[in-house]
Design a protein around this ligand. Sequence first.
Ligand SMILES: *Cc1c(COP(=O)(O)O)cnc(C)c1O
Length: 384
Amino acid sequence: MIPYGKQSISQADIDSVVEVLHSDYLTQGPQVPLFEASVANYCSADYAVAVNSATSALHIACLALGLSEGDVLWTSPNTFVASANCALYCGADVDFVDINLDLYTMCVHALAQKLKEAKARGCLPKIVIPVHFAGQSCDMKRIHALSLEYGFSIIEDAAHAIGGQYRGSPIGGCQFSDITVFSFHPVKIITTAEGGLATTNQPGLAEKMQLLRSHGVTRDAQLMSEAEGPWVYQQVDLGFNYRMTEVQAALGVSQMMRLNEFIEKRTFFAKRYDDLLQGLPLKLPMQHSETESAFHLYPILIQPELVTLSRAGVFKQLRDRGVGVNVHYIPVHTQPYYQQRGFAEGDFPNAESYYHQTISIPVFHAMTIEDQDQVISVLKQILQ
Ligand SMILES: *Cc1c(COP(=O)(O)O)cnc(C)c1O
């Protein structure tokens, strides 16, 4: 089966992990700061805080921005559940902004309209989380302009998007947001097995996230009330154990050196799909002129008026013929847990209609031309 996504682990990656295993530190050593510096440097961000998953990063990002009970967070329904769950961890409420049908990311018009209505009702969001779906940046400049008008904070969920660019700058630089979050789960662009990281340019937010990832405990004299001696640490906040290990960070440092190569490969395969899938009854993913996608995903939309098989039928045939396709995403508001919270089918029609047509076909850096030709040929057999 050709998977829809897969990590690539080189001998150099393995060597760097083995080296850490032989070293003094398996956690809280030099590799985590090295990895943070590597990502911060790549993205031109002032600070990077590595943690054990993007889910953890989203949680402490929300806490650092002061999200709590009585607040509301808005995100896209076309995302993994973690982008919404982070609000609930903080005791806040979640709502969604529907997607546009060009890029499948948060629709800026829908956001502007919803903000206007929320202002009138006195229930503006405290945080908005745009999700860089498939690796392509949202319209951050306009979302940022709205944040100035309506006074909300922005966390970019860039779990799909390390290595991508927006307006000529790497995603993660936070020019138009407070915090950007990356995931290093094996299906994402680079991996640390499990892992996540938050970038920011605001020292206060970085400090708060560093504290929260490690029990709210500090040894920094400036953060403590009064130190009795050099052994003293103080818990000054209620934090968690969300630390990344040295083993993970060493893998991350090594993978970062391969990031540009990964993006080149993914871009190559995506462009090749763009060319070779022309003429099939599909809607291919559009690229906005201001973005360079990291191509985490290549979602194709089955055009129901042109294809006799249903989406499920096409999906099954692809899987039966060795193409490990997937679907991204079941709209979060249609999940049973969110339905219990009051959301219903029909609430965000664009995310739902997109969902009913979409299939993510394989794109990953270790894919071969032969793999891709196989995917294309199977698709042609099924659709023609
Ligand atoms: C994968 C993913 C996450 C969660 O990442 P983890 O590192 O697995 O916690 C969050 N948001 C989006 C959009 C994702 O794809």
